[in-house]
Write a protein that binds this ligand. Structure first.
Ligand SMILES: [Zn+2]
Length: 492
């Protein structure tokens, strides 16, 4: 049995004016054929899980890059074209395993993941097609009919990518042997949870996932998943979706998906949180008896597609005279200024706030260049273990509040090696600012004395009601308190 393996992945923030280009994939991860197992077999990735299947794996293509604005039309056509050309060149197959995000948007293509599935389906015909998706997917309902099965992450922070790939491979084995015939259903209650309530270790998201497990066991289903949605995308299919995969019966799958959706809908008051302002959060951090205290700059969540140069917390740390703080900023111009000055030299420079006007103004400060590095580090620990990341030429600037780590490329705060590689020991700092919502917790919570989540403005604000939505279906909780479900007429 020959099974094609591929990945085409993006989380697209439609409020971010910076569009994703083909070059973004080229400089991050664009792999073909045998490059795929060589680079990915030992990583925590869906593809690594796919590769464990007891069938002949035919690696086709993998395209992955960091969240940002939607893909340009050209970029979408090229990455999809790479996938389809690769599929045509290496076939025929008995099945296809595909790693998607589920929140990809391209110019003029609001439902890019559904379009990918449709295009792949056209090439491969009726053979089994199983796709994985991210917990933050905005699944389009028609994806249920295009794939035989959809399997989502069960963790946030995401630490089960390989495990979900293995689950998909096992289901493919059982499907190819004729033991099962998967059919998939999706339910979409009009609900967009607050991102900070999606933590899967405890709370309402954990409870809904437990209901999904229970439904799977009680109804003897093949798989159940929940996509909690990605609020920073103005789309008709914005919001939470539940997925069930049954053996042969679409009605059984739909019943289970509806039951899991009801469990999410009932809990909607708990899918919301109100968070401190930057001034309140910095005051709380300074009052803590010991460090490191981790401040989450949620509005500038690089993992959600932001510039990574937001200065709201930097301004507040300076105003409240913080010490021994570490803050990362993606600012190639500031890095260049530090390179020109050289290690050991002091300089006056503006930092941050350059990419747009949504994440705070540039901050003028004086600092001493403590180190210059190539910005390459190998991740260790729970997230991205083994993967090598490159944040470009990086400068460590010592200043009154502590240290700024100025990078040439945007990089989320997902791994402690990011700081250790530039000579900063995170456990010895008083305040660490992470540009993210929850993903950084996998690395940072174990070393932190306190985690403070901050309601900073930006293109990924905790309170998404700051945005004006034009395309999202309405009413949608919590844009609209009066949203009801099931919808009149029984539509899902
Ligand atoms: Zn995610």
């Amino acid at each position: 049995m020959r099974v094609a393996l591929a990945g085409l992945f993006h989380e697209s923030n439609t409020f971010n004016p910076l569009l994703t280009q083909y070059e973004d994939y080229q400089t991050t991860r664009l792999l073909r054929g045998e490059e795929i197992p060589a680079v990915m077999a030992d990583t925590d990735s869906e593809v690594a899980g796919f590769l464990t299947g007891s069938f002949e794996s035919v690696p086709v293509s993998v395209a992955w890059t960091w969240p940002l604005g939607p893909l340009t039309r050209d970029c979408f056509e090229r990455v999809l074209g790479d996938l389809l050309d690769g599929l045509r060149a290496r076939g025929p197959y008995d099945g296809v395993l595909l790693s998607l995000h589920g929140a990809m948007v391209a110019e003029g293509v609001p439902d890019a993941d559904a379009q990918i599935l449709a295009a792949v389906r056209e090439v491969i015909g009726g053979i089994p097609l199983i796709a994985t998706f991210d917990l933050h997917a905005n699944l389009h309902p028609r994806m249920a009919a295009l794939a035989d099965a959809l399997i989502g992450y069960r963790t946030y922070p995401h630490v089960d990518l390989r495990a979900r790939g293995v689950e998909a491979a096992r289901l493919m084995e059982r499907t190819l042997s004729g033991a099962v015939r998967p059919v998939c259903a999706i339910a979409k209650p009009p609900l967009m949870p607050h991102i900070m309530t999606m933590l899967t270790a405890s709370g309402p998201a954990a409870e809904v996932l437990a209901v999904a497990d229970q439904e799977r066991a009680e109804r003897a289903l093949l798989s159940t998943s929940v996509a909690f949605g990605f609020a920073y995308a103005d789309l008709p299919h914005l919001g939470l979706a539940t997925v069930a995969v049954a053996n042969g019966s679409r009605a059984a799958a739909q019943e289970a998906a509806d039951a899991i959706a009801a469990a999410a809908w009932e809990r909607r008051p708990r899918f919301w949180l109100d968070l401190p302002t930057p001034a309140e959060a910095v005051a709380q951090a300074l009052a803590a008896p010991s460090g490191p205290v981790v401040l989450a700059d949620i509005g500038d969540n690089v993992g959600g597609g932001t510039p990574g140069d937001g200065t709201f917390l930097l301004q507040e740390l300076i105003a409240q005279r913080a010490r021994e703080a570490v803050l990362l900023l993606a600012d190639p111009q500031a890095v260049e200024a530090c390179v020109r000055a050289g290690v050991g030299r002091s300089l006056d420079l503006p930092v941050g706030g350059r990419r747009d006007t949504l994440h705070g103004a540039p901050v003028a400060l004086t600092g001493r260049v403590k180190a210059l590095t190539d910005g390459v580090f190998r991740n260790r620990g729970p997230m991205r273990d083994g993967l090598v990341d490159d944040q470009g030429t990086t400068a460590v600037l010592a200043c009154d509040i502590g240290h700024l780590v100025l990078t040439s490329r945007r990089m989320p705060s997902w791994n402690l090696e990011q700081l250790r590689a530039v000579g900063l020991e995170p456990t010895r700092q008083r305040i660490l600012v992470c540009k993210g919502a929850l993903a950084h917790r996998a690395a940072y919570q174990p070393i932190a004395t306190a985690m403070i989540d901050v309601d900073t403005p930006g293109v990924t604000p905790a309170d998404y009601r700051r945005f004006t939505y034009q395309h999202a279906r309405r009413p949608l909780w919590r844009l609209d308190e009066q949203a009801t479900w099931p919808l009149p007429g029984g539509a899902a």
